[in-house]
Design a protein around this ligand. Structure first.
Ligand code: ATP
Ligand code: MG
Length: 431
């Protein structure tokens, strides 16, 4: 079998050390401390989302490539450059999800959930984008997000944004972020605006990047989202969306702003804020921070009334956001550490089974318990210190022959002899 593997013939001789295997560029391991931060972000978000009626859901990590192509648009950066796409063994083109909304909407359509509107979902999980890795920008990263489908009212936008704000507040980062909002208007406003924008950009097309020259024909609004520095200079002078809004679009946006103000959610208008995805309309928003260098976007979203229909479902309005867990995890204060354990150590040899039996009994009673697997008492107590143990339970020795154990309070150093049958109640103080 091994001979069939490509490169197997060139395998190094057994005596030569092999090159260490590394994690793929742009991916990272969530070891205990990092995981605690991630959990804090995700659990806080899940709890607050549930309070607003957003139940947690999960969709597959890969979908048919078409799901993303149709929802993000073939000219988007994500679809044209950043997707991990592969042919599976059956020949289908599949893609690791680069974002969460397309999959949730696909699930909404597949599950025929339009029969019970509104639909409110919260999700968390890994996303994959082939980008240039840097601080706060990974190829496998994690998002939390919410989607609210089936409500066309501006109040829905307010609820969704306020939930994002409350999560950032609960995470203790509200003071580090700013909310910027804009409106992209309705379909009619966009048609008017698109024409004005194209007229303007045509006059400067020689100064646009190659990508943006292509977009000028296919999807001019997306040029506003370009990060290319030469494009940025042209975009600075572009006409503002606000001058092209219909009365209905203006009214919608006013009601969103009023709602946020009523809830005490501070925001700034940013006419240059556009979302790079085709299906967005009306409200676009982004919470950004200066605390993370150039990767300033922490939570971003907007209204996407055209998406469900674009994916073949019944026309259904939608609004939602997604936030980067890694970026939020860098902003929050150190979360509480793990629970301090009790450590059990034997005072003499041959007590391994006794140690384990007691550990298991206490664990079943809800205590956090560690046992050292080897070493003399000194070594085990050293390890107990390193584990930040709350107390140590020493079994065996002369106390053991009296049916008792020694319990050492690791904080005060105080040691007491405790009969084994009243051990649990004595240990309550160390929970
Ligand atoms: P950016 O402007 O930083 O590229 P984006 O507009 O591509 O962000 P969205 O698609 O709106 O981001 O995703 C929502 C959030 O997910 C972002 O605000 C950010 O916090 C996070 N995010 C996006 N891409 C990455 C990545 N490659 N690595 C880590 N977090 C990311
Ligand atoms: Mg991006």
């Amino acid at each position: 079998m091994a001979g069939a593997l490509p490169g197997a013939a060139a395998a190094p001789a057994a005596s030569r050390p092999r090159a260490a295997i590394e994690a793929v560029r742009g991916t990272h391991d969530l070891l205990a401390d990092a995981m605690r931060r991630h959990r804090k972000v995700e659990e806080t978000a899940a709890t607050l989302a549930a309070r607003s009626g957003f139940a947690e859901i999960a969709t597959p990590i890969f979908e048919f490539t078409e799901v993303f192509g149709r929802s993000l648009g073939d000219t988007s950066d994500i679809v044209s450059k950043e997707m991990y796409t592969f042919a599976d063994k059956g020949g289908d083109s599949l893609t690791l999800r680069p974002e969460g909304t397309a999959g949730v909407v696909r699930a909404f359509i597949s599950g025929r959930l339009h029969q019970q509107l509104p639909f409110k979902g919260f999700y968390r999980g890994p996303m994959f984008r082939h980008e240039r890795p840097q601080k706060g920008r990974l190829r496998q990263f994690h998002q939390i997000g919410v989607e609210l489908l089936g409500a066309a009212e501006p109040l829905a936008d307010v609820e969704v944004i306020a939930l994002g704000y409350d999560i950032l507040t609960a995470l203790g980062v509200a003071d580090l972020v700013q909310l910027e909002i804009n409106t992209l208007g309705d379909g009619e406003s966009r048609d008017i605006y698109r024409q004005r924008l194209v007229d303007y950009l045509r006059g400067h097309s020689e100064r646009l990047s190659e990508d943006s020259q292509l977009r000028l024909e296919r999807n001019p609004l997306r040029i506003l989202d370009s990060k290319d520095p030469t494009d940025r200079a042209v975009i600075e002078g572009a006409p503002a969306m606000s001058a092209s809004l219909t009365d209905a679009a203006k009214q919608f946006f006013d009601r969103v702003c009023e709602g946020l103000t009523a809830l005490g959610v501070a925001f700034q208008l940013n006419e240059r804020l556009v979302r790079g995805l085709d299906y967005y309309c009306h409200t676009a928003f982004e919470f950004t921070t200066d605390a993370l260098g150039s990767q300033g976007a922490v939570l971003a979203g907007g209204r996407y009334d055209g998406l469900v229909a674009a994916l073949g479902g019944p026309a259904t309005p939608g609004v939602g956001w997604a936030a980067g867990v890694e970026r939020l995890a860098m902003l929050i204060a150190e979360p509480d550490g793990a629970k301090r354990p009790l450590v059990i150590a034997p005072l003499d040899d041959g007590r391994d089974v006794e140690v384990l039996t007691l550990a298991q009994r206490l664990r079943r009673a809800g205590f956090t318990v560690e046992v050292g697997f080897s070493g003399n008492l000194g070594k085990r107590m050293k390890r107990a210190n390193r584990l930040n143990a709350r107390a140590a339970i020493l079994i065996g020795g002369t106390e053991g022959s009296r049916g008792a154990a020694v319990v050492r309070d690791m904080e005060t150093g105080e040691q007491v002899e405790v009969p084994l049958d009243s051990l649990d109640s004595h240990l309550e103080r160390f929970r």
